[in-house]
Design a protein around this ligand. Structure first.
Ligand code: AMP
Length: 443
């Protein structure tokens, strides 16, 4: 199927063609006709599937062609509301609106916390057709009466599962209560949990269901490897991998903000240009680091899960999990940063003894065993070293079964060749990993 077959407004097709897209992705093929027809939509799709264009394009078409639609600034109140869990995603969705709507007289605006509210108020006053917002800041505007949601015709809840994880459910319900009863609703979620089902039942009327990524299946296009090593060796191993595999544009995941900063510093010291992005950084600092990374001035970007949500970089080739996430679904989100829209990508996870339970949970979730690789000179010791007190898990010491060679061996050899190793599946064992969700609200 070609984009031209979807019947989108010529000015939208022109903007899409300029992006170099000729074939709609599966979610776009299914979602665009449903939204154009005015249906509510329940879409199960991860980031990387092309979901943003999947809702942005038909929304722009509806605004440009609807019966009472002159796209004038007369009413000044937004007609489309897109709620996103993070400010980064809000910025990116709004950028997509601008990209695809560049030949249409459409006004869009992203409002999110962490930055001054006054410029947003001034922009809202000028009139906005498509408002993209994080829930907290939107409610601030509602309270200050600087936004009127009474003319919303289309409501989009993007990454709904993440919204719930981040504790936004009450805010979402408050916002929904402010919308006109008569409207079109589109709900996007990477997973379809009972909570999402509940939310969907209350929100959607006879929705068309679209499911492009079977629940929690890791992207097929991403080559995934596990390098088993010791916790204390991870930083050296990372530097080694960066240098010997000539990795570039690498997104590295760390579990904590402090850890992300420390790792970026360590890479810098090894003359690998790196920046960190996390919730404690100001919006300005995050945007700067992200654009330096996109421009290739930084080779590596170290991020926490929350900060990385919604980072949209075309054809990101590598993701490294410096530490595994506690929540297995986050692994799927992380590797979804690469291998996008049909590109191949590579995800490497550095896994120490303590992380075996998380690895086991991840493999259970994605229903496959990940390839183990040993990097010479960084072999995992037979027994885990005691954990520093800051860690949440108790030391696990039954890891001897998977040691390679003599304990602590191989250290004298020049670090180098990685040898693929068949994975036996049941590794180390242990009960399910910690299921704590961490979340932060952006206001
Ligand atoms: P998303 O899932 O919305 O985050 O989009 C993932 C990436 O795919 C973005 O970088 C888009 O620019 C890109 N993309 C979206 N639609 C298409 C398409 N039809 N063909 C090629 N790339 C696309």
């Amino acid at each position: 199927m070609q984009f031209s077959e979807l019947g989108l407004h010529a000015d939208i097709q022109r903007a899409v063609a300029e992006q170099g897209y000729d074939t709609p992705t599966p979610i776009q093929q299914q979602a665009i006709p449903a939204v154009l027809a005015g249906n509510d939509l329940m879409a199960t799709a991860q980031t990387g599937t092309g979901k943003t264009a999947g809702f942005t394009l038909p929304i722009l078409h509806r605004l440009a062609t609807g019966k009472n639609d002159r796209l004038s600034r007369v009413a000044r109140t937004p007609r489309v509301l897109v709620l996103t869990p993070t400010r980064e995603l809000a910025i990116q969705v709004e950028e997509s609106v601008r990209t695809y709507g560049k030949y249409l007289p459409v006004n869009s605006l992203a409002v999110f916390g962490g930055v001054g509210i006054n410029p947003q108020i001034a922009n809202l006053r000028r009139g906005v057709d498509i408002l993209v917002a994080t829930p907290g800041r939107l409610l601030d505007h509602v309270q200050q009466k600087t936004v009127d949601l009474g003319s919303i015709e289309i409501f989009v809840l993007d990454e709904a599962d993440r919204m719930l994880d981040m504790g936004f459910i009450r805010d979402i319900r408050k916002i929904i209560a402010l919308l006109p009863k008569q409207r079109q609703n589109l709900l996007f979620s990477a997973t379809f949990s009972p909570e999402i089902r509940d939310l969907a039942t209350g929100l959607l009327q006879h929705p068309v269901s679209v499911d492009v990524a079977p629940r929690n299946t890791a992207a097929e296009t991403v080559k995934q490897q596990v390098i088993e090593c010791d916790r204390e060796q991870k930083k050296d191993l990372l530097v080694h991998l960066m240098n010997t595999r000539s990795l570039h544009q690498v997104l590295i995941f760390a579990r904590t903000k402090h850890g992300a900063d420390a790792l970026a510093r360590r890479l810098d010291k090894a003359e690998i240009k790196a920046g960190a992005i996390h919730g404690d950084k100001s919006q300005g600092a995050r945007t700067r680091v992200l654009s330096e990374f996109k421009e290739g001035k930084l080779v590596a970007l170290v991020a926490t899960d929350i900060a990385a949500r919604g980072i949209d970089i075309d054809a990101l080739p590598y993701v490294i999990n410096f530490e595994l996430p506690n929540v297995p679904e986050d692994y799927v989100h992380r590797i979804g940063r690469t291998g996008r829209a049909g590109m191949t990508g590579e995800a490497i996870s550095l896994v120490c003894h303590d992380e075996r339970p998380q690895l086991k949970d991840i493999e259970k979730l994605i229903k496959r065993s990940l390839e183990r690789v040993v990097v010479e000179g960084f072999e995992q010791s037979a027994v885990a070293a005691p954990r520093p007190p800051a860690q949440e898990r108790k030391p696990r010491s039954q890891g001897a079964g998977r040691a390679k060679g003599a304990p602590g061996g191989g250290q004298k050899k020049a670090p180098g060749s990685a040898q693929p190793k068949r994975n036996g599946g049941g590794n180390g064992g242990g009960s399910g990993g910690g299921q704590h969700r961490s979340g932060s609200r952006h206001r």
